[in-house]
Design a protein around this ligand. Structure first.
Ligand code: GDD
Length: 330
C-alpha cells in the first residue's frame, strides 16, 4: 500500500513541528507549507523542523494567496490536510485586527476551497481554539458551549470553525475541528506567557536579567503539553466520521501559579523578581477557560497525561540548558 500523504500548514511552528515528527514516524509522506521568508532565514525560521528536513518536503505558499495554496494542494494531492497556520498571538490580534481577520479567515477559506476542488476525498483538520469560547457562559467548556469570542483572533477562529463545518455539511467534505485549549512546550514561541516566564527565569538564574515584567497575573488558562495535543489532531482524522472535539486537561491555573511554580523549581521566590505591568494587560480578558475533553476521551481514547508541574519543569529545564549553551558559545 502506498504511503499516506499529509499536508501541514504552519509546519514551522510548535504544533506543526511535533505533528510532522509524529506523522513521519507513522510512515506518512509529510509535506509542509511555508512562507518564502522562512526559506530565506532557515536557521531561525526552520529551527524547529531542522532535524526533519531530509524527511519532509516544503512548498512555498501564503495564506493570503489562493493561487499559491491551490498550487501546493495540487502538487501534494494530500490524503490528510492539517490547517494549523494562523496569526496566533492574541496580543497582535488586538494591535492589528485587520490582518488577523484577513489571514486567518481567508486563508482557511482558500484552503478549504482548494481541497474541495482538487482532492475532495482528503480529510481536513482545522485548528480551532479555546479563544472561541471567550466570555463563556458555562464552565468547563465543551463542544456544545456557545462561542462568545473576545478578540479578533477568537472571531477569526470561530469563522474558520464555521467555514470548516459548512464545507462538511454543504459539500460533504471530510472536515473536522479540534478546539484546543492552551498547549505549551519547550518549543513554544517566546511571546506566549509560559515561555516568556520560563525563558525569563532561566535568564535570571544565569544572571542575565534581574526582573520579569508580565501582564495580568490573575488570568487563568487550561495548559497542556503540545506534544500530546498533536496526537489528538491525528486521532481526529482517523475516525469513521468527521466531528469536532475539545482537547484540554480540564484543570485551570493562574499565570501567578505558573510563575510561582517556575521560580520554585529553581529555588527562587517569584515575588523578588516579577512585576505586573498594567500596560501589558489585554483590552479584554477571557473568563477562566477550562476544557471538558470527555468526548475526546470517549471517542478518540485521548486524554492529557502531563500534569502542570511536569510541564513547568520540562520547560524550565529546556530553557536553562539552552541559555547555558548560548552562554558557553558566546
Ligand atoms: N503573552 C503574554 N505575555 N500573556 C500574558 C502576560 C505576558 O506578559 N502576562 C499575563 N498574560 C496572560 C494573558 O493576558 C492571557 O490571559 C494569558 O496570559 C495567556 O496568554 P498567551 O500565553 O499569550 O496565550 P493565549 O491564551 O492568549 O493564546 C494561546 O492559546 C490559545 C488557545 O490554545 C495561543 O496559542 C492561541 O493561538 C491559542 O489559540
Amino acid at each position: 500500500m502506498s504511503r499516506k500523504r499529509a499536508l501541514i500548514t504552519g509546519i514551522t511552528g510548535q504544533d506543526g513541528s511535533y505533528l510532522a515528527e509524529l506523522l513521519a514516524s507513522e510512515g506518512y509522506e509529510v509535506h509542509g507549507i511555508v512562507r518564502r521568508i522562512a526559506l530565506e532565514d532557515p536557521d531561525h525560521r526552520l529551527r524547529r523542523i531542522q532535524p526533519l528536513l531530509d524527511q519532509i518536503t516544503l512548498h512555498v505558499a501564503s495564506l493570503e494567496s489562493y493561487a499559491s495554496l491551490h498550487t501546493a494542494v495540487e502538487e501534494v494531492q494530500p490524503d490528510e490536510c492539517y490547517h494549523l497556520a494562523a496569526q496566533s498571538f492574541v496580543t497582535y490580534a488586538f494591535d492589528d485586527e485587520f490582518s488577523t481577520l484577513n489571514a486567518n479567515i481567508n486563508g482557511t477559506h482558500y484552503l478549504l476551497s482548494a481541497v474541495k476542488r482538487l482532492v475532495p476525498k482528503c480529510r481536513f483538520y482545522f485548528a480551532g481554539s479555546s479563544e472561541m469560547f471567550g466570555a463563556a457562559e458555562e464552565s468547563p467548556q465543551r463542544e456544545t458551549t456557545r462561542f462568545r469570542p473576545r478578540s479578533a483572533y477568537g472571531i477569526s477562529k470561530v469563522a474558520g470553525f464555521d467555514l470548516t463545518r459548512n464545507y462538511r455539511d454543504a459539500y460533504g467534505l471530510w472536515a473536522s475541528s479540534g478546539i484546543l485549549f492552551n498547549h505549551e512546550s519547550p518549543r513554544r514561541g517566546y511571546e506566549f506567557v509560559t515561555r516568556k516566564i520560563t525563558s525569563g527565569v532561566a535568564k535570571i538564574v544565569l544572571g542575565k536579567e534581574s526582573q520579569l515584567r508580565l501582564g495580568n497575573l490573575r488570568a487563568q488558562r487550561d495548559w497542556g503539553h503540545a506534544k500530546e495535543y498533536v496526537h489528538a489532531m491525528h486521532l481526529i482524522l482517523q475516525q469513521e466520521r468527521p466531528d469536532d472535539y475539545v482537547i484540554a486537561t480540564g484543570t485551570c491555573h493562574t499565570v501567578e501559579e505558573f510563575v510561582a511554580a517556575a521560580f520554585a523549581s529553581v529555588n527562587l521566590d517569584w515575588r523578588d523578581y516579577v512585576i505586573s505591568d498594567a500596560s501589558l494587560y489585554r483590552p479584554a480578558e477571557l473568563h477562566p477557560l477550562r476544557g471538558d475533553a470527555s468526548k475526546a476521551e470517549r471517542e478518540l481514547g485521548w486524554r492529557a497525561k502531563t500534569d502542570f508541574d511536569q510541564l513547568v519543569k520540562e520547560m524550565i529545564q529546556a530553557d536553562l540548558s539552552g541559555q547555558r549553551l548560548r552562554q558557553a558559545a558566546s
